[in-house]
Design a protein around this ligand. Structure first.
Ligand SMILES: NC(=O)c1ccc[n+]([C@@H]2O[C@H](COP(=O)([O-])OP(=O)(O)OC[C@H]3O[C@@H](n4cnc5c(N)ncnc54)[C@H](OP(=O)(O)O)[C@@H]3O)[C@@H](O)[C@H]2O)c1
Length: 233
């Protein structure tokens, strides 16, 4: 379905980004993946036959270099984020600034630097904390909400490029690699059991929606909450 099209996945070495890149590759696209850790990025690119370009979304220059190297492209997906949150009154300002800088300004930088062909698409990834906040995660809620507003603004300003956003609930990816394995599994099992679908998400669930946004020429300014029913329980 994507034969002859060029797809760039920023954050493509892991989790949702990797699943998106893998699916795009299977559908015939020419795929570029970008992220910071060059070794991990190369290993991921080799696995699926993608091109690896190391980049850090928290740097204007790095993002500009990435998209200069890519040239004109058909679809850009930004999943890159490293989240550092904590209790509102005590979390370090350095941590909340870094979180916003990567997750929100990172997507902003990519949107500005990418040369997306007419009718192509940009897909951002927010997260359901924008609508369903939890104590200790205010900065993540804010970054997600800001990304959703940016999506709607850019759908107008960047047209005919289409701009959409997927907002996942809990998805089992390496984003929680720092958690002790037993606690992570327990949290995911309990969360999944409380959802109408009976499980947490896998990266491929979210990749499918990102692909729908790439392929559906009528989709722009859309925000899809994909959380296994987490917003209705
Ligand atoms: N998993 C969930 O439960 C969940 C829920 C809601 C929303 N989300 C959102 O979904 C997106 C993807 O999450 P995921 O679960 O797939 O996470 P992940 O498996 O940790 O992947 C994150 C990717 O982003 C890259 N990255 C991080 N900071 C970067 C930076 N400054 N510049 C460039 N690349 C960077 C990482 O590689 P390097 O570290 O090598 O740079 C990695 O490739 C994130 O925006 C996350 O907030 C996830």
């Amino acid at each position: 379905m994507l034969a002859g099209q060029k797809v760039v996945v920023v954050g493509g070495s892991s989790g949702i980004g990797f699943a998106t890149a893998e699916l795009a590759k299977r559908e015939g696209a020419d795929v570029v993946i970008a992220s910071r850790n060059a070794e991990r990025l190369k290993a991921a690119a080799d696995k699926i036959g993608a091109t690896a370009i190391p980049a850090d979304v928290s740097s204007d220059e790095s993002v500009a270099n990435l998209f200069r190297a890519c040239g004109p492209v058909d679809h850009v997906v930004v999943t890159a984020a490293q989240l550092r949150s904590g209790p509102f009154k005590s979390v370090a300002m350095e941590d909340v600034r870094a979180t916003f800088d990567g997750k929100f300004w990172g997507a902003w930088r990519c949107a500005r630097a990418a040369d997306i062909r007419s009718g192509g698409s940009l897909t951002l990834v927010s997260g359901f904390l924008s609508l369903r906040p939890r104590p200790g995660s205010a900065i993540v809620s804010c970054a997600n909400g800001a990304l959703e507003s940016l999506t709607r603004a850019l759908a107008l300003e960047l047209a005919p490029v289409r701009v959409n956003c997927v907002s996942p609930g809990i998805v089992d990816t390496p984003i929680r690699a720092a958690m002790p394995e037993a606690a992570r599994k327990d949290m995911l099992a309990k969360t999944g059991a409380g959802l109408p679908v009976g499980r947490v998400g896998v990266a491929e669930d979210i990749a499918l929606q990102i692909h729908a946004f790439m392929r559906n020429g009528f989709a722009t300014g859309s925000i899809v909450y994909l959380e296994g029913g987490g917003l209705v329980v």
